[in-house]
Design a protein around this ligand. Structure first.
Ligand SMILES: Nc1ncnc2c1ncn2[C@@H]1O[C@H](COP(=O)(O)OP(=O)(O)O)[C@@H](O)[C@H]1O
Ligand SMILES: [Mg+2]
Length: 282
C-alpha cells in the first residue's frame, strides 16, 4: 500500500503543473464538518478562477453530490466495475468546480484493494492535468481506505471539534500519519467552536499533545464557530458560501483559503472594515 500511494504522489507531482495542489481533508471522528469544509472551499476557489476537483473519497458515507444538490449518474463504482473513465463519471457543479462521486455502498459492492486503488490512481492522473486544486474529502478514522488517500496527498488538513473524543481521535490520526507514513505537511482546523478563545484552546491542547508525544508541532490553518446557517444550507442542498457571503462559516472558509494559498480573496470581518476598504480601495 505504501508503494502504490508513493507512486501516485510521485506521478502526480511529475505530471502536474507547478502550482497544482492535492489537499486532503480528514478527521479521526466523523461528523466534524469535513464535507462542508471541502465543498465550501471548493466553491470559493472556483469563484476566484481556480479549477477545482473534489474527490469524494469517503467510501463509507459518500455525500458530496447530495450536499450540492446534484445527481450523479455514475460513480467510482463504475470505474472499478465497469471500466468507465474518470472524465465520464465526473459531474460539474460549474465549469471550474467538478466532483468525482464515490457512489453509495461502494464498500459492499467492491473489494477496495491494491489493484482497485491502482486503477483509481491512473484515472485520477488523467484528470489532474487540467486541475489547480484537488480537494479530497476522506472518510473519518483510520482504515486503509482513508489512509491510502492521505498517503497520496501533499497536504493534509485534520479537522477537530471541541468534543474530547474528536480531539483524541484527531491526535490518533495525526500519530499514524507521522509515525507510519512520515507525513510532515499536516495542518489543524478547529470546527464548531463556541468562540474564538475555545478554538484557540482546543488547537493549543491538540498541538501540545503532538509536541509532547510526537515531538512535532502543526500549524493551525483556521477555525470556524458554530454557524446555524450551515445546517440550514445543508437542508436546502445549497452551498452556504454561495447563498450567504457574510455568514460566519463563509468568512471562516475564506480565511482558511487565505491561510492555505496566501491568495487575495478579500475577507471582511465586519461592515466597518468593508466600508473603509471600499473607500480606500483595500
Ligand atoms: N461550523 C458549523 N456550525 C454548525 N454546524 C456545522 C458546522 N460544521 C458542520 N456542521 C454540521 O455538522 C454536520 C456534519 O458535517 P459534515 O460536513 O457532513 O461532517 P463530516 O464530513 O466530517 O462527516 C452537518 O449537518 C453540518 O451542517
Ligand atoms: Mg463527510
Amino acid at each position: 500500500m505504501v508503494d502504490q500511494a508513493d507512486k501516485l504522489r510521485k506521478m502526480v507531482a511529475k505530471k502536474s503543473k507547478k502550482n497544482y495542489r492535492a489537499i486532503a481533508v480528514t478527521s479521526g471522528k466523523g461528523g466534524v464538518g469535513k464535507t462542508n469544509i471541502v465543498v465550501n472551499v471548493a466553491y470559493l476557489l472556483s469563484s476566484i478562477g481556480k479549477k477545482v476537483v473534489v474527490f469524494d473519497a469517503d467510501l463509507g458515507l459518500a455525500n458530496v453530490d447530495i450536499l450540492l444538490g446534484l445527481k450523479s449518474k455514475y460513480s467510482l463504482i463504475d470505474i472499478i466495475k465497469n471500466g468507465k473513465k474518470m472524465k465520464e463519471i465526473m459531474i460539474d457543479y460549474d465549469k471550474s468546480f467538478k466532483i468525482i462521486p464515490a457512489g453509495s455502498g461502494i464498500e459492499e459492492i467492491a473489494n477496495i484493494n491494491e489493484p482497485v486503488f491502482s486503477k483509481i490512481q491512473n484515472e485520477l492522473n488523467d484528470v489532474i492535468k487540467d486541475t489547480d486544486v484537488l480537494l479530497i474529502d476522506t472518510g473519518a478514522g483510520i482504515s486503509n481506505k482513508v489512509t491510502y488517500f492521505l498517503k497520496s496527498s501533499d497536504e493534509i488538513i485534520v479537522v477537530a471539534t471541541p468534543e474530547p473524543t474528536s480531539i483524541a481521535d484527531a491526535y490518533a490520526m495525526i500519530k499514524i500519519m507521522v509515525t507510519n507514513y512520515k507525513k510532515e505537511n499536516i495542518k489543524i482546523f478547529i470546527n464548531m467552536a463556541k468562540n474564538e478563545a475555545e478554538a484557540e484552546t482546543i488547537y493549543k491542547n491538540l498541538n501540545k499533545i503532538c509536541r509532547q508525544f510526537l515531538k512535532k508541532e502543526f500549524k493551525n490553518i483556521g477555525y470556524a464557530l458554530i454557524d446555524k446557517n450551515l445546517p440550514a444550507s445543508v437542508k436546502q442542498q445549497k452551498v452556504l458560501s454561495k447563498i450567504n457571503k457574510n455568514s460566519n462559516f463563509t468568512v471562516a472558509m475564506k480565511k482558511l483559503i487565505n491561510n492555505l494559498f496566501k491568495e487575495n480573496i478579500k475577507v471582511y470581518d465586519n461592515p466597518i472594515a468593508k466600508f473603509f476598504a471600499s473607500i480606500f480601495g483595500g
